[in-house]
Ligand binder design. Structure first.
Ligand SMILES: [Zn+2]
Length: 311
C-alpha cells in the first residue's frame, strides 16, 4: 500500500456495502453498493488516484454500473475526478452546476500550476475535462436503489452548493466540507451563519458515523470544535467591525488568533494563513451586512465570491 504522493490506499468498509478511502489527496471519497449498482460520493482529484478508485469499485462490485456520482461541492478535490467515472450521472446542488460550468481553461491552468512542486502529479493534469452535474437539486432529494436509501441534503455554509449524503438506515452521513477535523476549515466561499445551522442539522440527523470531506471518520461530537471556531471568528470579526476597523485590519489582526486553533504543517503555513484571511474577509462582509440590517439600514454589500484555490 502506497500512501503519500500517489496515495493508493485500500478501501475501508465502514458498514456493509459502504466504503471510503481516506488515503487519497483532495477528499475522502465513498461509495454505496446496492443490488442495482453503485452510488458514489465525490471523486479523487489526482487522475492516478481516480483510476485506482474506479478499479477498487469494480473489484468490489463486478459488473455493477455506477448509477450516480454525487459531488458534495464543486471544489476541485471533490469533483475534478468526475471524468474518470463516465458514463454515469453526476448529481449535485444546482449552484455546483453554475460554478462548474464557469470552470474555463484558466481554471485548468491554475490546477496544473498548483502542482508545480510535484511533477509526478502535474504531468497527469494535462487533459482535465470538467464534468458538471447532469442532474441538480436545490433542497433535498433521495436516491432509492436496490433497497438502499441515500438522501442528498443541501446545507450550504462551506459553499452555496455544499450538500451532504445521509444514509438513514445505516446512520452514516457523508458531510463533505461542512466538517473539518483537526484542520482549518476552508471559508473563502463561506456563509458562516448558514454553516452553523448546517452543523446543527447534522447533529439532529442522529448519525452514528460522519465521513468528513477531509480528515478521519468521526462522530457528531466532532462538529463542536468547528462550530466553536466559526463562532469565535464571527465574534472577533464583530469586535473589529464595531471598533470601526476595516476588513484589512481585521484580516491582519486576527490571522494569528485563528491560526492557533488547529495544527498547521510548517510547509503549508503560508497557504493556510492566506486561506484564513480569505475566510475573515468573507465573514467581515457578513457581519457588516448583519450590523447594517440590525441598525435598520439596507445592506449594500453584495454576495460576491472569493473562489481562489479552493478545497
Ligand atoms: Zn470544498
Amino acid at each position: 500500500m502506497k500512501i503519500g504522493v500517489t496515495g493508493l490506499g485500500e478501501r475501508k468498509e465502514i458498514a456493509p456495502g459502504v466504503f471510503i478511502n481516506a488515503a487519497y489527496r483532495g477528499c475522502t471519497p465513498g461509495f454505496v453498493s446496492t443490488e442495482e449498482g453503485v452510488i458514489m460520493i465525490d471523486t479523487p482529484l489526482i487522475p492516478e488516484q481516480a483510476i485506482d478508485w474506479r478499479a477498487q469499485i469494480e473489484e468490489e462490485c463486478p459488473d455493477q454500473p455506477i448509477l450516480y456520482v454525487f459531488n458534495t461541492d464543486h471544489h476541485r478535490g471533490h469533483a475534478l475526478g468526475n471524468q474518470y467515472f463516465m458514463p454515469t450521472t453526476v448529481i449535485a446542488h444546482e449552484r455546483a452546476h453554475k460554478e462548474m460550468s464557469g470552470y474555463t481553461e484558466n481554471f485548468k491552468e491554475r490546477v496544473f500550476n498548483s502542482f508545480k512542486r510535484e511533477p509526478d502529479i502535474q504531468k497527469q493534469m494535462t487533459n482535465i475535462e470538467i464534468i458538471p452535474p447532469h442532474l441538480t437539486f436545490t433542497e433535498r432529494t433521495k436516491l432509492l436503489y436496490g433497497g438502499r436509501e441515500v438522501d442528498l441534503i443541501y446545507v450550504g455554509g462551506h459553499t452555496p452548493a455544499t450538500s451532504i449524503a445521509w444514509l438513514p438506515e445505516e446512520k452514516i452521513c457523508f458531510v463533505g466540507d461542512v466538517l473539518w477535523v483537526d484542520q482549518h476549515p476552508y471559508m473563502a466561499q463561506a456563509n458562516s451563519k448558514e454553516w452553523l445551522e448546517g452543523l446543527a442539522l447534522i447533529r439532529e440527523l442522529g448519525a452514528e458515523k460522519l465521513i468528513p470531506g477531509h480528515g478521519p471518520t468521526c462522530t457528531a461530537e466532532a462538529t463542536h470544535k468547528v462550530e466553536e471556531y466559526i463562532i469565535f471568528m464571527r465574534g472577533r470579526v464583530r469586535d473589529y467591525y464595531l471598533e470601526g476597523k476595516n476588513k484589512n485590519e481585521a484580516k491582519s489582526g486576527l490571522v494569528s488568533e485563528m491560526l492557533a486553533w488547529f495544527p498547521v504543517p510548517p510547509d503549508r503555513k503560508a497557504k493556510i494563513e492566506s486561506q484564513i484571511k480569505s475566510g475573515i474577509n468573507r465573514v467581515f462582509r457578513e457581519i457588516q451586512r448583519e450590523e447594517e440590517i440590525s441598525n435598520g439600514g439596507v445592506s449594500a454589500s453584495s454576495d460576491d465570491d472569493d473562489d481562489d484555490d479552493s478545497e
